[in-house]
Write a protein that binds this ligand. Structure first.
Ligand code: SAM
Length: 277
């Protein structure tokens, strides 16, 4: 039997119906079946000919198709075994540029999968979106870039400016390591089945000058304490870590509250804590 080319593949709805597949809530499945939408995400990711991409949660493969159309080489990591056969059909059409891996993305070694530098692009399952982002921010594998769909509320926290309600631990961590911007909003109705909330795509680009891993660990300790009691002044919320003396060593006002301290201020606090340890 001959293998169809990428542009001759049947519509995603037909692929799902043909395989008798429907979304399973346990895997956070909300599919993008409109190729115009997935092509836009691939464009926003800025990947192209010959570049390596890791995609998490390809499901029926709509985003995977769009990524392959750019000429990229894709390693797709999917936990739900039901989708593996249709992803293998897609791999056959992609003539060697798609590798399908059945695994939990929380467990995989990205460096081994990609065999070199790679971008990560994904419409993430909501239930594991934040732990996956933290893994890619702080783990041993630093992606070239990340273009990731989250529920809107999480996207807002990742890209939150200092001083606002959404500014917190996740935003400080992401912005200490990456430039983070929301590049696309999507209403719930764009997905099949529609989730309860809207979504957004965040693009994260690692900073050229990144704090070392040990400092990032201390940074997380400081932000956990500071935002754990976000209404309190730092002199009180950071008491166990040195309180007023720590703030003074870092050049930060001990009467400030966490949400008014910029990312650079939290890094200074972490540095002071490490220096004083
Ligand atoms: N990329 C597809 C799309 O845009 O239509 C599907 C996106 S859906 C929101 C999330 C996908 O991630 C599902 O295919 C789900 O089975 C998969 N998934 C859920 N948890 C996972 C995990 N821990 N590791 C890998 N894939 C996972």
């Amino acid at each position: 039997m001959s293998v169809p080319a990428l542009d001759a593949l049947p519509p995603l709805r037909d692929v799902l119906a043909g395989a008798g597949l429907s979304a399973d809530k346990r895997f956070g499945q909300h599919f993008l079946l409109d190729l115009n939408v997935t092509r836009k995400i691939a464009r926003l990711a800025g990947v192209g000919e010959g570049q390596a991409v890791i995609e998490v949660g390809p499901g029926p493969g709509g985003l995977t198709r769009a990524l392959l159309e750019t000429g990229a080489r894709v390693v797709a990591v999917e936990k739900d075994p039901r989708f593996i056969p249709i992803l293998h059909d897609l791999a056959a059409a992609a003539e060697g540029r798609l590798t399908v891996v059945e695994a939990d993305a929380l467990e995989v070694d990205e460096a081994a999968l990609a065999g070199g530098p790679a971008a990560i692009v994904a419409n993430l399952p909501y239930n594991v979106g934040t732990p996956l982002l933290v893994k890619w921010l702080t783990g041993p594998f630093t992606p070239v870039s990340m273009t990731l769909m989250f529920q809107k509320e999480v996207a807002d926290r990742i890209a939150a400016p200092v001083g606002g309600r959404d500014y917190g631990r996740l935003g400080v961590l992401a912005q200490a390591l990456c430039r983070a911007e929301t590049v696309m909003d999507l209403p719930a109705r764009a997905f099949t089945p529609p989730p309860k909330v809207a979504s957004a795509v965040v693009r994260l680009t690692p900073l050229a000058e990144r704090p070392p891993a040990a400092l990032v660990e201390t940074l997380q300790k400081v932000t956990a304490a500071a935002f754990g009691q976000r209404r309190k002044m730092l002199r009180s919320s950071l008491k166990a870590l040195g309180g007023e003396a720590l703030c003074q060593a870092a050049g930060i006002d001990p009467n400030a509250r966490a949400e008014t301290v910029p990312v650079s201020g939290f890094l200074a606090l972490a540095q002071a804590l490490d220096g004083g340890a």
